[in-house]
Design a protein around this ligand. Structure first.
Ligand code: CP
Ligand code: NVA
Length: 300
């Protein structure tokens, strides 16, 4: 059988994604019970980061250690990647040594090219276009707190970025309704939402968008690589800030999520981020369990 990669949520089908979420729930319990699990005994994960990371790095590195394997952190500085060795060469070399490779990079196309040269599974640890690993944790968090996300109303406020694109994919796969409220200039890529059209709609007024929502999500207004647009974006996105006035429009038991890191009092107020509807810390912690379940799925 040909090697399976995880480049977007669409790389796997709904049953497979659900099995990963269920396994993550089991693994989470087992961590609490301090059970020793060695499902990835002797296995090695190579992790290439061309952008910064806290959660992704620590979840995969800890995950490999907890499952009996090992992870190697590779950054452009200190490796030949930073000196210009092509990723396609790195892909072929690493696949001769490690069992799985996680890549965090800029253009999504680089990931696709990398995967096409790799003999071992490649995981998208975030690209400019998608962040599927975060979606596994978000779906796990929603499921734990509220049960199935099917037919729920999920509202995305802010930039039509990599996280938004992954939510668009998730809406179709898990059949929930996704309402996107963002400035016209920053709508998600048409080719991505076109394929999820039945599950995705747009509402410019954030108050209306959030009406009756089960889940409200946002992300930074300037992603990694867009730092020089930070100030200009702050003005353009102001009206899409998640604050108490917006949250009050959602269902009283609606949840708030953010992949983190968050910029307090920009895309979300301190009050909402630290408030009772926010599940962001559980969501961040769930990166560990969902990453472990994904690794087991791809490697075993
Ligand atoms: N949410 C997320 O991917 O965080 P990091 O950038 O810290 O990995
Ligand atoms: N959209 C953000 C997500 C960070 C986890 C970025 O790409 O920087």
């Amino acid at each position: 059988m040909s090697v399976r990669h995880f480049l977007t949520l669409k790389s796997l089908n709904r049953d497979e994604l659900e099995s990963i979420i269920n396994r993550a729930l089991e693994l989470k319990k087992q961590v609490k019970q301090k059970k020793i699990i060695t499902t990835l005994d002797n296995r090695v994960l190579g992790m290439i980061f061309e952008k910064s990371s806290t959660r992704t790095r620590v979840s995969f590195e800890t995950g490999m250690a907890q499952l009996g394997g090992h992870a190697i952190y590779l950054a452009p500085t200190g490796t030949q990647i930073g000196r210009g060795e092509p990723l396609k060469d790195t892909a072929r070399v690493l696949s001769k040594m490690v069992d799985c490779i996680m890549l965090r990079t800029f253009a999504h196309q680089k990931l696709e090219e990398f995967a096409s040269y790799s003999d071992v599974p490649v995981i998208n640890g975030l690209s400019d276009s998608f962040h599927p690993c975060q979606l596994l944790a978000d779906l796990l968090t929603y499921t734990e707190a509220r049960g199935s996300i099917e037919n729920k109303k999920v509202v995305w406020l802010g930039d039509g970025n990599n996280m938004c694109h992954s939510y668009i994919n998730a809406a179709k796969i898990f059949n929930f309704q996704l309402i996107i409220s963002c400035p016209k200039e920053f709508v998600p890529a048409a080719e991505i939402y076109e394929s999820s059209k039945e599950n995705v709609s747009f509402e410019d007024d954030p108050h209306k968008a959030v009406g009756n929502a089960d889940l409200v999500i946002t992300d930074v207004w300037a992603s990694m690589g867009q730092e020089n647009e930070q100030n200009e974006r702050k003005n353009k996105f102001k009206k899409y800030q998640v604050n108490s006035e917006i949250m009050v429009c959602a269902k009283s038991d609606a949840l708030f999520m953010h992949c983190l890191p968050a910029h307090r009092n920009e895309e979300v107020t301190e009050e909402v981020l630290e408030g009772p509807q926010s599940v962001v810390w559980e969501e961040a912690g769930n990166r560990l369990h969902s990453s472990k379940a994904l690794l087991e799925f791809l490697l075993n």
